[in-house]
Unconditional design. Structure first.
Length: 169
């Protein structure tokens, strides 16, 4: 499997590219929902740029050594948000779409949560892998060789607090 290493500056630049792509499409939305954990940073920056409310949908699917194995998808019971209801249409964001299963199931979850099976939801990711069963509406990079993406925050998954304390001492 090929690998892609991404720096913090590249990561933020990709979020900016995604924001501009959505803006240039002319599509209007009223709510951003990010899939946590991967979509948290993307959702945070987009909600600041667009001045739209952010809701967080916690989803867990990766486990195993270095979180490289996708297992059963688990969803939070509710969205974490400050508004009383989800404002529609919805922009659903994540960092990447790999198999596409969690993105598709998140769309289904949101439609069920809103009680509206036809609610307009568009999706946005930084990376779209060819192996995905679903194509996001907006994405920055299409990856035909399906690499494992090493994002800059992965360092914290491999660092203990003791190691961090020693480094900062």
């Amino acid at each position: 499997m090929s690998e892609l290493f991404v720096s913090w500056s590249e990561y933020h630049y990709k979020i900016e590219q995604l924001a501009v792509q959505i803006y240039q499409s002319g599509w209007q939305f009223n709510q951003i929902v990010c899939i946590a954990k991967g979509g948290l940073r993307v959702g945070d920056i987009l909600c600041r740029l667009y001045e739209k409310p952010l809701a967080i949908l916690s989803v867990a699917s990766y486990a195993g050594p270095e979180f490289r194995t996708q297992g059963t998808i688990e969803f939070s019971e509710h969205l974490s948000m400050t508004n009383d209801t989800v404002n529609v249409p919805i922009l659903l964001v994540d960092d990447l779409v790999d198999s596409g299963i969690s993105l598709q199931e998140s769309i289904d979850w949101l439609r069920s949560y809103t009680g509206n099976p036809s609610v307009e939801i568009r999706t946005a990711t930084l990376w779209y892998k060819a192996c995905s069963a679903i194509a996001p509406d907006y994405y920055v990079d299409y990856l035909p060789d399906n690499p494992w993406i090493h994002q800059p925050f992965e360092l914290y998954e491999q660092t203990s607090l003791a190691e961090l304390a020693q480094k900062l001492h």
